[in-house]
Design a binder for this molecule. Structure first.
Ligand code: DHK
Length: 146
């Protein structure tokens, strides 16, 4: 696979490790990046985080030409951003939406994700382990269509 998988992370995920550990655990984003890079040996991974909605939209636009697949934890923008949904709708490859926590078991404002309307699949509630699982799932999808 020549094109990398883009793994995009939204707002406040740079604080993982100390941020509400009873919900998000103590695994840092750097740990998660290492888990993703180790998940499928030889698979190219482009791992990024931003607190900016506009930058997340620009990265999804960049993925249209440059990525084989997108794994995205949009964090709070999942529930607010039609701009992010519109950008993801332009991406033709597999899209896995990922949440560390089970958003459907949390407060009501976390129950409706716009991003899910463009996602191939959604992973929620598996903690940091959801990330390497998403990488393996995406690799299997890409293998099956190769
Ligand atoms: C992360 C966030 O920052 C929240 O806004 C979401 C998501 C859940 C997560 O579980 O990874 O609600």
């Amino acid at each position: 696979m020549t094109k990398p998988i883009f793994i995009l992370n939204g707002p406040n995920l740079n604080r993982l490790g100390t941020r509400e550990p009873h919900i998000y655990g103590t695994t840092t984003l750097a740990d998660i990046e290492a888990m993703c890079r180790a998940a499928v040996p030889g698979l190219a991974v482009d791992f990024r985080q931003t607190n900016s909605e506009g930058e997340l939209v620009e990265w999804v636009q960049e993925a249209i030409e440059k990525a084989a697949a997108v794994i995205i934890n949009p964090a709070a923008y999942s529930f607010t951003s039609i701009a992010l949904l519109d950008a993801l709708k332009m991406f033709s490859g597999p899209i896995v939406e990922l949440h560390i926590s089970n958003i459907h078991r949390r407060e009501a404002h976390y129950h409706h994700s716009y991003v899910s309307l463009a996602a191939t699949a959604v992973i929620a509630g598996l903690g940091a382990n959801g990330y390497p699982m998403a990488v393996r799932a995406v690799a299997a999808i890409l293998e099956s269509v190769a």
